[in-house]
Design a protein around this ligand. Structure first.
Ligand SMILES: Nc1ncnc2c1ncn2[C@@H]1O[C@H](COP(=O)(O)OP(=O)(O)O)[C@@H](O)[C@H]1O
Ligand SMILES: [Mg+2]
Length: 284
């Protein structure tokens, strides 16, 4: 849909919404979630009474000031870190067929330096015992999609940061998980590469609309990519506000140049900035 058409149908860009959906088709569920890290001193309460539901097929962006517990939450959902109390789960689909529940993409380039690009992309499949021929085929298909076909036999050291992150993203998609968890996957990239990869992510996601939980500190990125943007408060992280982003899809970079887009990010920023200020006071 072009931006003119968008104006004709009167899209404003966002709606403030009550928490987290209606629970009808919740794919990721968190209820009264608490996490305290034990340290040698007092425990650090990273997340307090946090509630969130991500609907099946939803692209949900989680935003909050640095240190508010975004990564902690994502790691709890992924099963990498235990919670202290509360409930969190990924609801498996009826026809799961042995699919992994989640794949995670980290900000830092978490790919194996001793494996080729193809072997990295095929890693999740290899872990699940998929035969070599089949997993190489799947990996190559994803390498085409992320523009790395010619680098299938290269090693990570031969790649730029943006290319390495494409490998991580291709690996996550190739694993065909029920949900994709992404922790600032474009956060370490330069601004230009970031814009290109945002477009690629949109394109890949729009092909099969997986459930995505996406952490970012960039509101522009959250509004461009997300169906919903959820704000967390400053440390300890709780649920602050939720905004439904109703820009039509497929979305393109053009959207970011519209007043509707600016108004949406500005409105959300107004709510977020108090938390950023609070987080900075705590650090001072
Ligand atoms: N392994 C850990 N041990 C102790 N404290 C931690 C650990 N990981 C994170 N924290 C603390 O928990 C809080 C939330 O951290 P994190 O989830 O990384 O926040 P975010 O991703 O939003 O920046 C911070 O105060 C951080 O210092
Ligand atoms: Mg983090």
């Amino acid at each position: 849909m072009t931006i003119d058409a968008l104006r004709r149908v009167g899209v404003v860009g966002y709606r403030r919404c009550r928490d987290a959906g209606c629970g009808v088709a919740a794919k990721i569920l968190a209820r009264d979630l608490n996490k305290a890290y034990s340290t040698r001193g007092a425990p650090i309460q990273a997340i307090r009474d946090f509630d969130l539901e991500v609907q099946e097929g939803e692209f949900l962006c989680l935003v909050g000031p640095s240190g508010c517990g975004k990564s902690t939450f994502l790691r709890i959902v992924a099963g990498l870190v235990p919670s202290s109390s509360g409930e969190v789960r990924i609801v498996p689909g009826p026809s799961n067929g042995g699919k992994p529940l989640n794949s995670i993409v980290f900000q830092e380039y978490a790919i194996f330096p001793w494996k080729t690009v193809r072997q990295n992309v095929a890693f999740g499949l290899e872990m699940r015992g998929v035969p070599k021929r089949e997993r190489d085929e799947v990996a190559d298909r994803w390498l085409v999609k992320v523009g790395l076909r010619k680098f299938a036999d290269a090693f990570p050291r031969q790649l730029s940061g943006g290319m390495k992150q494409r490998v991580s993203i291709a690996r996550a998609f190739a694993n065909d998980p029920e949900v994709l968890l992404m922790d600032e996957p474009l956060g370490a990239l330069d601004a230009q590469t970031r814009v290109v990869l945002q477009q690629e992510l949109l394109r890949l996601w729009e092909e099969d609309k997986k459930t995505v939980l996406y952490v970012t500190h960039s509101l522009d990125e959250a509004v461009l990519l997300g169906d919903r943007v959820v704000l967390m408060t400053a440390h300890p992280g709780t649920h602050k506000a939720s905004y439904r982003i109703d820009f039509p899809r497929p979305r393109a970079l053009e959207l970011t140049a519209t007043p509707e887009f600016a108004r949406t990010t500005f409105t959300i920023w107004n709510s977020l900035q108090e938390e950023v200020a609070r987080a900075m006071e705590m650090q001072a």
